[in-house]
Ligand binder design. Sequence first.
Ligand code: SAM
Length: 230
Amino acid sequence: LFVRATLGEGATVELEAGQANYLGNVMRLGAGADLLLFDGSSGEWLARIAEVGKKRMTLAVERRTREAESVPDVWLAFAPVKRTQTDWLIEKATELGVARLCPVITQRTIVERVKLERLQSIAIEAAEQCGRTRLPQIDEPLPLAKLLQQRDAARPLYFADEHGGEPAAAAFKSGPATILTGPEGGFTDDERVAIRAAEAAVPISLGPRILRAETAALAALAAYMALVGD
Ligand code: SAM
């Protein structure tokens, strides 16, 4: 269970009403029940339900059960698409172990507004389900030009380009990486020229078919994790 609290031996945690209700009324857990908690940075902790109130619950933290795992230092820069597909992408990328999600606004991006709060809660639920104790960082949307300005030669920019590039499997190297995929309408030609000109940009191909934007982002991330991830 993700809690916005500082966890430590002997700490007590007051659950938010929604969580207290879910554990007490939906999961029907009562005093004495064990839970595993994480706060996103200090690993996983065993806690016990100490008190159950009307709309509140207090937990007593006992001991750390797992250190915070390190996730591969891979960022996914993606042009947001329609809301359900973006929600799906956040959930799947979190399950796969992405460290950071960077929404990128390109000339053909349909969705300009990205509700960060909503994406963060999707990432939290995915982390609870897959058992990661470190949450992915989710950035505010950034214009493509800004993303390219912030290049760091030590972090290759694997640019998924359906017009041609090295097969991803051959291009990926272990170490820090940013994977960049475009919007449903694709990158414009001048965007592709700008991306290819960026420091440490590596155009990659994900095969001969045109993948949907969210499919391409996930296919590239999954390939990276399988080849060089944790
Ligand atoms: N230009 C595409 C078309 O002709 O329909 C539209 C872009 S595609 C739907 C969305 C994004 O997925 C692209 O910008 C690219 O980043 C990525 N993509 C799709 N298929 C790919 C492939 N075979 N190889 C590499 N990237 C791909």
